[in-house]
Design a protein around this ligand. Sequence first.
Ligand code: SF4
Length: 431
Amino acid sequence: MASRRQIFVGGVPIGGGAPVAVQTMTKTETANLEATMEQILRVADAGADLVRVAVPRDEDAVALRTIVARSPIPVIADIHFNHTLALKAIDAGAHCIRLNPGNIGGREKVAEVAARATQAGVPMRIGVNSGSLPKHLHALERQDPVEALVTAAVEFVEMMESLDFENFKVSIKSTNVPNTIAANRLLSERIPYPIHLGITEAGTKWSGSLKSAVGLGTLLADGVGDTVRISLSTFHAEEEVKVAWEILKALHIRERGPVLIACPTCGRLQFDMDSVVAEIEARLEAYTEPIEVAVLGCAVNGIGEASHADFGITGAKNEGLIFAHGKPLRKVPQDELVDALFSEIDRSLDRGAVEVDDTEAAVGAEWLAKIEEENAGELTPERIAQMEAEKAREEGNDVTAEPFLKPVKRGPRPALDEQASPTAGRRFTRA
Ligand code: SF4
């Protein structure tokens, strides 16, 4: 169930029907202004609506004032154990304070932070983690971990309400994906406040992205969740933002930048599609336009399956075809396919329309028709899917699905240098 309440973190609405906000957390030492600001700019470029920074020391709270002033997106201060840091973060202008009322030192200290936040008009994120439930819920946790998580969250909500503070969102986080799904579903039925979604310590870029896609994707598809943070073991926070956007784009909840579609390849593949798709994906990162680009591993099926794409290529042994909106544009040598695709994309974006050379398009169409004819009897994955779709249509099932939200345009994205660590030189031990 979607949350009924809405809060504002800086100018970003959370909950109450607002678009699901993407957030991440910097990995730098917050007091290292140069490194922290560089990372904030990178995550903002990647599409983060909000950014959280850790405030474990006084110098981080001091740096926060400058960070808030320079950041292009609202800044959330992440506080644990020390309520005076929460007070300092509010005074420094943080747009939101994240704290766990269970580890801040008791109700009086939570009340002090809530009073200062009310005065400053600053919202809070209150949350529970499966690893730090209050003692009185440990027995329940052993019997029913989901109920224990939700009970803890509801108790914190009631505590905040009893302090006359209702300007907050709530998070329940667990490393266990099924428990995260069940707990957030239940929580959304019990409270009207916005919900922050995340899988704690999800893992590496590969496993963490998958766990997050399963857990958060399931909840978002149900309409549960108002802001998301993907937690990945990488120093490059913008990678978390990219994963969050892919989940939102896959569900058609929000749109941003190009969508790449590619066939899974099979025994009919006649060129090095792996590296071609990787190159196209990397080059598409520079584009903000919501174009759909298709890559087909062979021309056996024509371009029927990818005819909805704005642009695409279909390869063969020595040559391939560039197409746009289901129509051939031109045939090019295999090793020029990617450059030719991007020159068509660029030219079309510049002119506002696809330019078709009738002679070249006819040569391309003839080449395609010949390959299709030669392979007319092949039962390719696409043809099997088409046969299944036709059968479903005959039986009266609707097999079409239309996107229902308009795309959002943003600024250019910087390329990621995997070799460069944004936390280089960072002090990893506390003095
Ligand atoms: S038959 Fe389909 S899956 Fe196989 S290479 Fe061709 S387009 Fe890709």
